[in-house]
Design a protein around this ligand. Structure first.
Ligand code: SF4
Ligand code: SF4
Length: 190
C-alpha cells in the first residue's frame, strides 16, 4: 500500500485530525490495554502520520483496543483514537492483511453477522459460533453454561423491530467500504 494513500484512508475513515497530536501521552497513560499493544495509542498516531501502514496493520494494537473511548476523553485535542483503531481494522480486513490477532477478526465478523441478521446481539449465538470457529471449546462452554443458568443469555434469538433500518446501515457501510477500496486502488495505480 502506498504510504500517502494509507494516511489519506485512515483520515477519511476515522474523521480524525491526526496532525493535532502533540504526544502529551495522556491517551496512552489512561489506556487499560496499552501494555498489551506493540506501539500504544499515541505512538500509533505518529506511525500513521509516517505512513507505517504495513507494520501497524500487522500489529495487535487495533485488535487489542476495546473501543472504550478513554483516550478520546483524555485527549486535550479531542482526537478519538478509537475511531482511528476502527479505521485500521477496516483497512486490515479490506486489504486481507495477516493480522496478529486472528481470533479477534473472527469475533468481529460473527458479532456483525449476528447484528446484520437479527438487528441486535444474540450472546448465545456469538459464543457458540466463536467457540466452534476458534476451537476454544472447554473454557467457553463452561462460561456459556454458567451464563445460561444465571439467565444472563437467552437461547432463542429475536429479530429487532425496525430491522429495515439496520439493513440500510449495513448497505451504506458496504457501499462506503467499496467506494473507499476503489479510491485506494486508483491511488495505487496513479
Ligand atoms: S492525548 Fe491526544 S494529544 Fe496527547 S498524545 Fe494522545 S492523541 Fe496526542
Ligand atoms: S479506545 Fe482503545 S486505545 Fe483508546 S483507551 Fe480504549 S482501549 Fe485504549
Amino acid at each position: 500500500m502506498i504510504e500517502m494513500e494509507f494516511i489519506k484512508e485512515v483520515k477519511e475513515l476515522s474523521g480524525q485530525n491526526i496532525y493535532l497530536c502533540y504526544h502529551c501521552h495522556k491517551c496512552t497513560s489512561g489506556c487499560l490495554v496499552a501494555s498489551n499493544m506493540t506501539y500504544g495509542p499515541d505512538r500509533l498516531l505518529l506511525m500513521v502520520r509516517m505512513g507505517q501502514g504495513k507494520r501497524l496493520l500487522e500489529s495487535p494494537d487495533p485488535w487489542v483496543c476495546s473501543s472504550c473511548g478513554t483516550c478520546g476523553t483524555r485527549c486535550p485535542n479531542e482526537i478519538d483514537i478509537s475511531r482511528v483503531m476502527d479505521a485500521l481494522r477496516c483497512i486490515a480486513v479490506k486489504e486481507k492483511v495477516k493480522v496478529a490477532e486472528p481470533d479477534s477478526v473472527k469475533f468481529h465478523r460473527i458479532f456483525l453477522g449476528i447484528v446484520n441478521r437479527f438487528g441486535r446481539m444474540h450472546e448465545a449465538g456469538l459464543m457458540g459460533i466463536y467457540t466452534l470457529w476458534t476451537l476454544k471449546l472447554a473454557a467457553k462452554i463452561s462460561t456459556a453454561a454458567r451464563l445460561i443458568i444465571k439467565g444472563k443469555i437467552v437461547i432463542r434469538p429475536k429479530v429487532v423491530k425496525g430491522k429495515d433500518e439496520i439493513n440500510r446501515i449495513f448497505e451504506k457501510s458496504e457501499q462506503f467500504m467499496s467506494r473507499s477500496s476503489k479510491t485506494l486502488k486508483q491511488g495505487e495505480k496513479g
